[in-house]
Design a protein around this ligand. Sequence first.
Ligand code: MG
Length: 372
Amino acid sequence: MKITAIIAAAGNSRRMGKDKLLLKVGADAVIVSAVRPFLEIADVQQIIISIKAKQSDAIRDELSASGIDTTKICFAVGGETRSESVYIAFASVPSDTDLVLVHDGARPYVSASLIRRIIDHAQAVGAAVPVVAPADAILVNESPFNRKYVKLVQTPQAFDYKKLLGAYMLFAGTQKFYTVPDDFTLWCSAYGEFPQALVDGDPANIKITTPSDLPNLYGSGYDVHRFCEGDHIYLGGVRIPFDHGVVAHSDGDVLLHAVMDALLSSAGLPDIGFQFPNTDEAYRGISSTVLLEKTLAMLAEHGVSLRQVTATIIAEAPKIAPLVKTIRDSLATLCGLPPCRVGITATTNEKVGEIGKGEAIAVYASVTVRSI
Ligand code: MG
């Protein structure tokens, strides 16, 4: 069985407001996640990704950077509509292909097991289309409609290659060709309704369309500073009078340092030791609020926005509890978040270790971000 997969990824991302294929949905970008499971299927001999010419370099770079084997992958320049893009991609399909799979590049949660199920079913009956039941109530022309009669259609869809090509050739250039939402619609227009093709889809296999479809991503950070002679420390940008200072190259704001590392880790970027080395005189005595500002700018450049920050401060002294609200409000302002999205907790180290002896202060921080 010779199988070619076409990944339709030449859309305009209109409802996202920016190119959704390169947004992160976990460790990988949308397009990488949408392609990767197809590489796990040995029968898939070639993957043709249909992309806009202007996206070509960025998508190639993203695939290479993700470490996936690109030897089976080739590219086709997409057209103005989805069907035009798929039709153009047909020119790159090897002529001895038995089965062609067509998948939306914006469905990053497709699993190898769903692809396998689609292939097996198409081998048996000639076509396979994953469908799921709607969870919401349905209105048709504003009137209630029994949702048991409604199915939501996903991809990948699989077809006998020559028959799908025949359907495309039949309608190429017609109004229907430019307006069909998917390949099954075109197939049914050519060959009639074919309910035998329907297979249980996967509710998780959603199409990333608007910013609300993007998942939360996470990052964590830790920092510790030893106390030294001095009369104040900084926590979350707040100057706190204390009978010690902290040993540091910058102002030693242990809370902001942990938050910065959490932010950098959420975007897969190197840590603050790399970004702001303590051998660089430019950072001597610098306010960590400036470093946080630079870190947030770095994240924005990578298309990552902060949703929530939480941190746990661990110290025997100073007493943090009376300062929590002030520190939280300050951190919220610095992060551009409402205070309700910032959580600060504090604990002692129960006299255990150097922190417990009051010789140091540490912070664990975690952040929730979105890739936009
Ligand atoms: Mg530090």
